[in-house]
Design a protein. Structure first.
Length: 290
């Protein structure tokens, strides 16, 4: 089956801000939105919201999706691994994903789009906040720049997830004979697209994980071999997430373009950089959902 043709975008970048199913924003979410409105005012900005939920934010459009994609981390993971989401932004070359626990500190968005990378976000680094990280790499997509065409190429891909014979050799060929016999059907099922494709991978991934980040960081290149992810140093210039003081030192004591999860990881580090109401003229930029 041929992969669908992806139309050429006519605009550079859109800022996508996912909402929850709650009727109002929290004080910290208002701060995050204030930063987006203040520093990214000249870009197209959209609230990503559930169908049927009225929203009214001055200066922001709306992109609506079925309610099944909202209300939990797992639901959001299904949204950002769906073709529907990226197709809704097909007019744009890039999406800046901006969760409402993000901050942006300057207008560098156009310059970051010129890097021509497919995926840039805060890197996962090995530190006390994230001891699970064995290989440092860019991965978080709470505040991330994503090239729409490249993400759609992954989601449209008909490539196999793994080579069937290599999979057999790595997982079963050295097992005892009885184990090999019991698992022999797997050797042949892996030759069928239904059991060896992105859709099968997504089905299994989303059943066992509530986040989509690692799928893009570690698996996207299997389905789009040209998929280009920023390196760790570039990711740190783009944004911090965990251990912001350590990231600041590793980034040569330079502030990044933005950050993710600022209330969660060392809020005190970010406090001096938070915009006040009057600086952002927030009174007409942040409205409650009605």
């Amino acid at each position: 089956m041929n992969e669908p043709t992806i139309p050429a975008p006519s605009k550079l970048v859109a800022v996508a801000i996912p909402l929850s199913t709650r009727p109002t924003l929290s004080p910290d979410e208002e701060i995050s939105l204030r930063h987006a409105a203040h520093y990214l005012g000249r870009y197209d900005k959209y609230m990503v919201s559930p169908m049927g939920l009225p929203v009214n934010f001055a200066g922001f459009g709306a992109k609506r999706f079925p309610r099944k994609y909202f209300g939990s981390v797992a639901a959001h993971a299904r949204l950002v691994t769906s073709r529907t989401f990226y197709e809704a932004f097909a007019d744009y070359q890039y999406i800046l994903m901006y969760h409402l626990d993000s901050l942006v500190f300057s207008d560098q968005l156009e310059q970051w789009c010129q890097t021509n990378l497919d995926y840039i976000g805060p890197p996962w680094i090995n530190c006390a906040d994230s001891p699970w990280v064995d290989k440092e790499r860019v991965g978080n997509n709470g505040f991330a720049l994503m090239k729409v065409e490249s993400f759609l190429k992954v989601l449209y891909s008909t490539r196999r997830s793994v080579d069937p014979e290599q999979h057999w050799r790595e997982h079963y060929a050295s097992k005892p004979r009885l184990t090999r016999c019991l698992n022999l059907p797997r050797r042949y099922l892996k030759r069928l697209p239904i059991f060896n494709s992105l859709q099968w991978q997504l089905y299994r991934w989303l059943r066992s994980s509530t986040a989509a980040d690692a799928l893009w960081a570690d698996w996207a290149v299997r389905y789009n071999p040209d998929f280009k992810i920023a390196d760790v140093a570039t990711g740190l210039r783009f944004a911090f997430e965990v251990a912001p003081r350590l990231c600041f030192e590793r980034n040569h004591q330079q502030m990044p373009f933005g950050c993710h999860a600022w209330p969660r990881y060392d809020r005190a580090f970010w406090e001096p950089y938070l915009l006040k109401d009057d600086l952002a003229e927030n009174k007409h930029l942040v409205a409650t959902q009605k």
